[in-house]
Every structure is written in C-alpha cells, then in structure tokens.
Write a protein that binds this ligand. Structure first.
Ligand SMILES: Cc1ncc(COP(=O)(O)O)c(C=O)c1O
Length: 229
C-alpha cells in the first residue's frame, strides 16, 4: 500500500501493509521472497540510472532487494523514522552502530542489564579499540544521569531489558544525554514499535533484534534478522 496512505493508520494496519508497493503480488497474500542477487534492465542506460540513484530499482541484493526493501520500509513506518536499514542479525546491527559512531577515545554510558551479546561488546570489544565504557545500575537513573553528565559520545539504552525486564524512563535519560550532546541509541527489541517508539521520545537511533517480536507477534524461532532505524 502506498506509504502516503499509511498516515494516521493504527500500528496493526501498518505492520500488515506498510512498505508494500502492491497489495498482492500476482495474488500472493505474503510479500514474495526475491532471492535474485542481481537485477536486469532492458538497456544499460536504465541500469545506470538505477545504479546512480536517479531512478528507483535494484542492482545487487547486498545493497537493496525488493523483499528487504518492504521490510525496511515497514519498520521505518512503524517507528515513524526518516530511514531504516536491516542486517542479518540484531547483533550485526548493534555492532555496526558502534563501529559507525564510535572512535578511539570516545566514551559510552550504558546499563548493566543490556542483552548478553551487547554486554560482551561493551566489556570485551570496545575497550580493545580504546573506547571507554561505563555500565550503570539499570534501576538507578540518578547514577546514569551522573555518568552522562561527566561527558560521553553515546548513551546506549535497552528497555525493557532482556531477560531482566527492567524499565527505563527514556524521556528523562534522553533529555539528559542531549544536554551534553550525546547520541542516544535505544534497543527497542522487547517493547516492539507496537508498544514503544523511542524516536517519538527523542532517541536518535533505534535498534531491533528482528529475531523477536518484529519477526512475528506469535512465536520465536523462525527468523534471525536485525534493523537500525
Ligand atoms: C534485546 C536484544 N537485543 C539484541 C539481541 C541480539 O539479536 P540477534 O540474536 O538477532 O543477533 C537480542 C537477542 O536475544 C535481544 O534480546
């Protein structure tokens, strides 16, 4: 369904229809999986226009792919974001965010209850690259604010946390981080965009392990995927 038609629609409707360029692809009720790696055009000029971004289309599936594009657009609309991109797993999206935004000498403030894979990056990988990490008691907002005020490049939050299900006051912590010019990243996996939209609360970047609720609101175990919005 055209994205302009998604305005004002409820999250459930967006989850079903957003991002689809056609309602039914040759009658299919699900978006078909296009597993072609490369895409062909009638002539090289058309290929070139797509390659340089003058015309919409796909060239190579590592960059863009029709099925993946629908997924990204769906997540973008659900999170009310400017743009969305996807990864093979949630951890790939999280690692990419750190490597894209952090450099040697930067400082990150986060919480002790982030997902285990994220905690390992904080405890083992980032320090190896000269990035200082401070992990605060998740239930202690005063401590998080105090550490943020000392200065940091990024405040990284996850709420509810997996698996401890602790809850953060996003609005309060985001406000504090923005006062010191820090980027705020929120892992929204456990809330899903149905229940919480961190960008609306001021966050700069939202991450998902699409392996969980984004994949389906029914059960866990069929798909591994990540998204960054
Ligand atoms: C909150 C949260 N973030 C990130 C991840 C990592 O995602 P993935 O397993 O898709 O790499 C998980 C996985 O359990 C998670 O629960």
């Amino acid at each position: 369904m055209e994205n302009s038609k998604m305005k004002g629609k409820k999250q459930g409707t967006k989850a079903v229809w957003a991002g689809q360029t056609e309602l039914f692809y040759q009658g299919a009720t699900q978006v078909p999986i296009v597993n072609s790696v490369t895409f062909g055009y009638d002539n090289v000029d058309d290929w070139f226009d797509v390659a340089i971004g003058k015309k919409e289309g796909h060239i190579y599936s590592r960059n863009t792919n029709p099925t993946v594009a629908v997924f990204e657009e769906k997540v973008r609309i659900l999170e009310n974001a400017e743009a969305a991109t996807s990864f093979s797993t949630g951890m790939a999206g999280i690692s990419n965010t750190f490597s894209a935004f952090l450099s040697q000498g930067d400082r990150v403030v986060s919480i002790k209850d982030t997902y285990g894979g994220t905690s390992i990056i904080f405890l083992e990988f980032l320090p190896k690259h000269g990035i200082e990490v401070t992990l605060c008691d998740t239930s202690n907002h005063e401590e998080i604010e105090l550490e943020v005020k000392k200065g940091c490049k990024m405040l990284y939050l996850e709420t509810p946390t997996n698996p401890t299900l602790k809850i953060l006051d996003l609005k309060r912590l985001i406000k504090c981080a923005h006062e010191v010019g820090a980027l705020v990243v929120v892992d929204n996996t456990f809330a899903s965009p149905i229940n919480q939209q961190p960008l609306e609360l001021g966050a700069d970047i939202v991450l998902h392990s699409a392996t969980k609720y984004l994949r389906t609101f029914r059960c866990h175990g069929g798909v591994v995927c990540g998204a960054k919005i």
